[in-house]
Design a protein around this ligand. Structure first.
Ligand code: CAA
Length: 333
């Protein structure tokens, strides 16, 4: 094997570039003098920017959880929705979580109040004019996302980053409608966002190293562990998780075991916190179906083909915990 230090700089994959980065404090990044492994000639191109003001579009389960996490970490957050009812519901979820944490003694009343002072809701996208970073967490519909990215591109400061929390749609397609492709990436949180420690940073073919560095530092400052994924359907986690959940539905559909036994099997046999059917209800059957369809479109492998039962459940309006109807919730046992 050829040692890394004799590989010509221009053939080293971009993924290994930040290896020589020394982090001193959140937002402050220094590079060692040794740039042997870096294809970049100037530190300027990989220097991170400072994030202070964040916008989150979409106050659903994910958007509100992301906004909560970011406000708790000390950032100023504006949370946007399309109507007052959805906005109120999202903000109530966030404030309810802080009350729950205060009730458990995990944060003080003063802290909960301080967090609350850092988040405000809006119905007006124009209020994002001073944001350093905007996270899109709206419905998994490419046309809607492209409309939003195009509108945000016109409003945000030139240097601001624009990221999507999509679980499976191509980020580059959203970037393509903006004039800032190098500052567009995926930033994929996991449900429940305030609790799950992982964030996937999705690098498109156009995302700059500076954007990746900034998002790594930002994720770390939230108490999350970032991993880097390429802009391929399912990224890292859903590429493995979705076929696992689909296989469980197929097992149940084919009468190989009850859903309860499949769940017990995976919880007690493998130590998973939830079985696949509990997780399907939790994540959302519709969300799982959309993710499976997106992955199957890119990789037409039967492992990613949504089973008929999952389609029928979604067609019946059974989305899981989010609307109280799923494999377990709202169903006669
Ligand atoms: N803010 C802060 N903390 C919160 C919180 C919130 N909004 N909600 C819950 N918590 C904390 C609770 O205070 C609790 O802390 P303690 O244990 O210290 O008291 C902890 O989180 C666990 O909460 P609960 O006690 O209510 O529930 P639990 O112990 O049954 O755990 C769970 C719930 C964390 C969801 C656990 O069952 C789990 O990890 N399940 C698997 C979830 C999973 O796999 N998520 C990924 C889904 S895939 C995805 O999201 C990607 C995609 O694109 C589809």
């Amino acid at each position: 094997m050829v040692p890394a230090d004799v590989v010509p700089a221009d053939v080293v994959p971009a993924d290994v570039v930040p290896a020589d980065v020394t982090r001193q404090a959140a937002g402050a990044v220094q590079y060692s003098a040794d740039t042997t492994c870096s294809p970049y000639t100037s530190d300027e191109r990989i220097r991170s920017m400072t994030i202070k003001h964040v916008g989150v579009v979409g106050a659903g389960l994910m958007g509100s959880g992301i906004a909560q996490t970011i406000a708790q970490a000390g950032y100023d957050v504006v949370l946007m929705e399309v109507n007052q009812e959805l906005l109120d519901r999202g903000l109530a979820r966030v404030h309810g979580a802080w009350r729950m944490l205060a009730g458990k003694g995990k944060v003080t009343e003063a802290q909960a109040k301080e967090y609350g002072g850092r988040i405000r809701g809006t119905l007006n996208l124009q209020e994002f004019g001073d944001r350093d970073l905007v996270i899109e967490a709206i419905i998994e519909n490419m046309d809607e996302k492209k409309k939003l990215f195009s509108a945000l591109d016109a409003i945000l400061p030139a240097e601001a980053l624009l990221v999507s929390n999509t679980s499976s749609l191509p980020i580059i397609e959203m970037a393509s409608v903006t004039g800032r492709q190098e500052r567009v990436a995926g930033l994929h949180f996991f449900n429940p966002a305030p609790v799950m420690k992982l964030v996937e940073i999705v690098r498109t073919i156009a995302t700059s190293e500076a954007t990746i560095t900034t998002l790594r530092d930002f994720s770390t400052s939230l108490g999350k562990t970032p991993i880097i994924a390429k802009d391929t359907a399912g990224f890292v986690v859903n590429f493995l998780l979705i076929p696992y959940m689909l296989a469980a539905v197929r097992m149940y559909e084919n009468g190989l075991a009850t859903k309860e036994d499949i769940d017990t099997g995976m919880k007690l046999g493998c130590g998973y916190p939830m079985g696949p059917f509990e997780l399907l209800d939790y994540v959302g059957l519709d969300t799982t179906l959309y993710a499976a369809e997106a992955i199957y479109k890119e990789y037409p492998d039967p492992a990613y083909a949504p089973p008929t039962l999952l389609r029928r459940m979604v067609q019946a309006g059974r989305y899981g915990k989010k609307n109280g109807k799923g494999f377990y919730v709202g169903v006669e046992q």
